[in-house]
Design a protein around this ligand. Structure first.
Ligand SMILES: *Cc1c(COP(=O)(O)O)cnc(C)c1O
Length: 469
């Protein structure tokens, strides 16, 4: 399988190089040159497979030529054995033909484990073969950081630096990062906000001189491997509920358009999906595009669902590429206009196509809490605020009562106690067994001023298992 850039000017790469690449050299994102397509018979024949074997069937074409089948099978077996629940991604029924796909049974209690547990193992596999070391730098407002650290903690050839805004992530989220001790794990608390962290990571990717030749790898969802791993659970859910013989509807709590883009790809690969709902919080740039063809940058509104607090959606460019007939120069033009003006809209015909592909809804904090309360009272299921946004959108946008409606349950409620408290339900979510001592564990973290130079000096001084690069 070869991968091409959404802006059309970068060399095509194989899977191994895409995994290690981050952004393409022309500023674009990598996508598969040709999407694999499965027949209904093929998909039907996967019914009943354990999660890791289904994952092998769905992802195999994407890694073809880069990983032998036997090695890939072994990596996937190890990856999904790290999940607490036997079925890996269980479905929970909320109402008539209405379900939540629980994606929070991995080590850090959010769906990001599905991709980052795999990404860490894939990096280890390729780096060992190449005899290379890499540095990972990532910015997090919460979930990405802990999932990336958990995913890479055992990687022999990776040093991972995660930047979070000092005193602006929740205690659970911080501790999930800072209590993982290892000479290749480096938590940096920046005296600034999340955007400051993200800007420093972006600047470091743009000019990597400070790394003295060591390669920098991305762990956010611009990395193709993350999207690829998320395609699998759409197939998994559908097969549990009678697919592919019947079609499914999915509602997806969305920030950077990564998780829902995986659903869009699953549909293009042959899985019958009759409705895909983009569910956002008040940071609703995607909803404004879907409902009014206005993809315009707004200020950031902190919400009760912080993992979806974004101003722009980094994977949206991957959809634009398809909407424009995979014409990279059109995408490059649009993105350069967006960079200058903070505004983007597309031809009417292409926008109509986008509306055919997706429904959307923005859900504010009050409605989020209302939904948490209602679902808890109706069926005793405690939702986290992100999942609640998905369920709200599912209920308001639903087109067919006879089609199973599946909301992606993106996080465990214990990660977001503030929203649960506001929803005034009468239980307190509890940490699962492997995390009950989280608040007794030793923390390790370095606080640094909001200056790029200080951060880069720190990385250079510790990037080789705690020693200088
Ligand atoms: C990251 C995250 C999201 C948003 O996922 P995208 O791929 O950015 O759309 C939603 N919910 C939770 C809990 C998350 O951690």
């Amino acid at each position: 399988m070869r991968y091409i850039s959404t802006r059309g000017q970068a060399p095509a790469l194989n899977f191994e190089d895409v995994l290690l690449a981050g952004l393409a050299t022309d500023g674009g994102l990598y996508v598969p040159e040709n999407l694999p397509r499965f027949t209904q018979e093929e998909i039907a024949s996967w019914a009943g497979l354990p999660y890791h074997e289904l994952a092998f069937q769905v992802m195999r074409p994407f890694v073809a030529g880069s990983i032998p089948d036997a090695d890939f099978k072994q990596i996937l077996g190890e990856t999904y054995a790290a999940f607490e629940h036997k079925s890996v991604a269980p479905l929970r029924q909320l109402g008539a033909n209405e379900w939540v796909l629980e994606l929070f049974h991995g080590p850090t209690l959010a769906f990001k484990d599905f991709a980052l547990q795999l990404l860490g193992r894939l990096l280890d596999y390729f780096l060992l073969k190449r005899g290379e070391r890499v540095v990972i730098m990532g910015a997090t407002s919460g979930d990405t950081g802990s999932a990336a650290i958990e995913g890479c903690r055992r990687c022999e050839n990776v040093d991972i630096f995660i930047l979070h805004p000092h005193q602006r992530v929740s205690d659970v989220q911080r501790r999930q990062m800072t209590t993982i001790l290892g000479e290749n794990i480096h938590n940096i608390a920046i005296e600034g906000n999340f955007d400051d962290c993200q800007e420093m990571v972006k600047a470091s990717f743009a000019d990597q001189g400070f790394l003295k030749g060591t390669r920098l790898v991305a762990v956010n969802s611009i990395n193709w491997a993350r999207i690829m791993a998320q395609i699998v659970y759409y197939f998994h859910a559908a097969l549990q509920l009678g697919g592919p013989a019947r079609s499914m509807a999915f509602s997806v709590p969305t920030g950077n358009f990564g998780d829902i883009f995986a659903g869009y790809l699953a549909r293009n690969m042959g899985l019958p999906i009759s409705q895909l709902i983009v569910a956002t919080n008040r940071n609703d740039i995607l909803h404004r595009f879907m409902s009014g063809n206005q993809y315009d940058k707004d200020t950031l509104h902190p919400s009760l669902s912080p993992s979806m607090d974004i101003m722009v959606s980094s994977n949206f460019e991957r959809l634009l590429f398809d909407l424009h007939g995979r014409n990279g120069s059109l995408v490059a033009q649009l993105m350069s206009t967006f960079k200058e003006t903070g505004k983007l809209s597309v031809d009417n015909e292409r926008w109509t196509e986008a509306r055919r592909l997706f429904d959307s809804l923005a859900v504010d904090d009050d409605s989020t809490c209302e939904t948490i309360t209602k679902v808890y009272e109706d069926c005793g299921e405690l939702l986290d605020p992100h999942t609640a946004i998905g369920v709200r959108a599912a209920r308001e946008c639903r087109r067919s009562m006879s089609t199973p409606m599946i909301t992606l349950g993106t996080a465990h409620p214990v990660k977001f106690p503030e929203a649960v408290l506001k929803a005034a339900v009468d239980i307190e979510p509890e940490l699962p067994a492997h995390l009950t001592d989280l608040f007794d564990r030793e923390e390790r973290c370095t606080v640094l001023p909001n200056h790029l130079r200080d951060v880069q000096q720190f990385v250079a001084a510790h990037g080789n298992r705690g020693r200088p690069l």
